[in-house]
Design a protein around this ligand. Structure first.
Ligand code: AHR
Length: 311
């Protein structure tokens, strides 16, 4: 410390004039839109200059954006990684530049010393809760299940599938008869559900498990157009708990959803600011909650509460 200089004691959770890059996947779902909105709000409230890059669903765009953030000398980088693999090189570049990286909502298959922390839900658990809900719902009756998977190679698609299958183990009355990606979008959810309904045995589908609500909402449309009653003829369970899912449950057209908070940025920026202020190391995984909503909840009220939150 120079003679006469004022000692500055860094306070965890506070760091002035930070510039943070955020490589967002895109805008494939209502949940994703809400995460973007919340992240921008969180940055603004903290006086952070957020450099936002929308990768339009492409990993190569994310890698380019991250390299550009590194070249600009940002203080930290947030990444929502579209797929799980292929990150080692660019994460090493960030590490070499001493720029901390926080992962949001999806995990990567890379050594964990390449990032500061990951803020995610327990993605396997979400699939497990969905599967367990269905096991209980059908109560031993035979049930042919179709599955709409998320983006191929993404951690939620991989883990939500695993968790669901684990829950169904030992319940031979439940059989996953078709499983295909709908890329987490409403439009693909509808298209793929149409093909499930038209395929052999499509008239005997008992339940749909969708890896996110947007695909479920698209599928509801397809089910209605096929002259069937979603939520009754075909039970529907999915993940995210976006306002439209609460509305669909309130209307009896969907049966259950598992909540994923869009506020990944709050804990992510808390960890980033504390680290940048005084080197505080967060845990490697900051887990967000997963709450199950069913028709037993007041979904109309939750819809009203959530609908203006940026979804
Ligand atoms: O990674 C989180 C998932 O990505 C959400 O469940 C889905 O809606 C989004 O596209």
């Amino acid at each position: 410390l120079l003679a006469g200089a004022v000692a500055f004691a860094p306070v965890a959770g506070f760091a002035a004039d930070l510039t943070i890059g955020f490589s967002q996947i895109g805008s494939e779902s209502g949940w994703r839109a809400a995460e973007t909105t919340v992240t921008k709000q969180q940055a603004e409230e903290r006086g952070i200059d957020l450099k936002f890059a929308d990768a339009q669903q492409k990993q190569e765009n994310q890698i380019k954006a991250i390299r550009s953030f590194i070249a600009q000398g940002v203080d930290g980088i947030l990444i929502a990684p579209v797929v799980a693999t292929g990150w080692d090189e660019v994460l090493e570049e960030a590490k070499d530049a001493d720029i901390p990286v926080v992962l949001m909502d999806r995990t990567v298959d890379a050594p964990d010393d390449l990032y500061l922390t990951a803020v995610t839900s327990d993605l396997v658990h979400e699939g497990n809760v969905a599967g367990q809900w269905l096991v209980d719902e059908v109560a031993g009756a035979d049930c042919r299940v179709v599955e709409l998977q998320g983006t191929t190679g993404s951690s939620p698609a991989i883990d939500r599938k695993t968790g669901f299958e684990q829950a169904l183990e030992g319940h031979d009355n439940l059989e996953i008869v078709r499983s295909q990606t709908g890329d987490f979008t409403r439009s693909q959810g509808k298209v793929v559900m149409e093909s499930f309904l038209k395929a052999e045995g499509g008239e005997n589908i008992c339940a749909l498990y969708a890896h996110n609500d947007d695909m479920a909402v698209g599928a509801i449309q397809a089910i209605k157009e096929a002259g069937l009653k979603p939520g009754e003829d075909i039970k529907i369970v999915s993940i995210d708990a976006v306002p439209d899912a609460h509305l669909a449950i309130a209307n009896g057209e969907m049966n259950a959803t598992i909540e994923l908070t869009p506020n990944m940025a709050g804990p992510a920026l808390d960890a980033m600011e504390a680290y940048l202020a005084d080197g505080t190391m967060p845990p490697k995984w900051i887990q967000t909650e997963s709450k199950l909503y069913t028709a037993e909840d007041d979904n109309k009220a939750v819809y009203e509460m959530k609908k203006d939150l940026g979804y």
